[in-house]
Design a protein around this ligand. Sequence first.
Ligand code: KE4
Length: 422
Amino acid sequence: MKLDQSAALLARAQQIIPGGVNSPVRAFRSVGGTPPFIARGEGCRFHDVDGNTYIDYICSWGPLILGHRFPPVLDAIRDVLDVGTSFGAPTEREIELAEEIRAAAPSCEMLRLVNSGTEATMSALRVARGFTGRELTIKFEGCYHGHVDSLLVKAGSGMATLGIADTAGVPPGFANTTLALPYNSVEALEAAFRERGDQIAAVILEPIAGNMGCVLPSPEFLAALRALTQKHGALLIFDEVMTGFRVAFGGAQQLFQLRPDMTTFGKVIGGGLPIAAYGGRADIMSRVAPAGNVYQAGTLSGNPLAVSAGLAMVRHLKAHPEIYTQLNEAATRICAAGEGVEGVTINRCGSMFTFFFHPGPVNSWDDAKSCDTARFRDFHRHLLERGIYFPPSQYEAAFLSAAHDAEAVETTAAAISAFLHP
Ligand code: KE4
């Protein structure tokens, strides 16, 4: 593969941007080689500065569920440019987006728009502490909820990828407010509530984990989460930044028919522009300033440009529910290429999936962290050289879009088979 231009850009970028990237996972540290610098995207593909073309399974880490440069989203952005990009004042369209999100996830009786998933989870935790008057949070090992100080404890995504157990720069006092438990462990959850139940403000989790690779919750785990938080007066927060509007229009809470107390959203609701949201029961959210005494703010929160892109995407998905069937079928076809291969475990929910190089099962971070990452690296390189861009980490989920046509899916399945069935 010719990556000369990317290599030159990486060297230049590293002079001014840490690691040469604006988010660590993009650096390809765990898979090696030069990360392609992307010049443009179109549908299910993007093209790098050296002229290489890739079928994209990052989809901007989830947002582009309709593919690159989806025309209705671009049209919505063009239209709003005629009126402005940001006012720092309320607008009607941010009410419309909030109403669309509530219609999709009725547990969010009230919600607020912010600019990133990190902001959403940070704000949700603050509201949970303010509402309960308690300080402790439970999270789960391998889950990633953005780079919130108190949540960078045994986190997934880029931290797992880089092998950073816990980041520097977070005072022990912050980290000590978080209990990190094994995902899917009912007994660990019961023990934590038995010992400190009256101090726990909230339990936050990825209802389907994507940041240790794709890991699904057991029904018993979900039931225990809901029952124990209710019993002890703690809030259950579903971090649906990744799963919201991805695994189903109503997210994981629709799939599981489970009503959390609060939810965070991001990615898809911005249509590829920076938007996220946090919301939940009205009695909880009414504590947010200026209605209540928990402060949270944002210069560009609800800006017309990002809201218009998000509205166009969410409304298209609402009008075309068949997209989710199409996404599931395409993902099933791709994952079938790896079924029954020794040492490979495939976890999937809807159009997010991970090929774990592990005999299986993979139900927790302890399982995931024992993957054969060297073999994953070879798998990733094999695909990249064939124009298929999988997430550059064993501890991330791959994403499909509605733009992944039969040709892209079959090309991908064939390349996977060629590696796994040499
Ligand atoms: P952002 O602050 O990156 O918008 O969202 C943080 C976040 C919160 N919650 C969940 C469940 C998430 O998956 C994320 C961010 N996801 C990663 C992908 N694993 C973003 C990619 C990156 O960090 O570059």
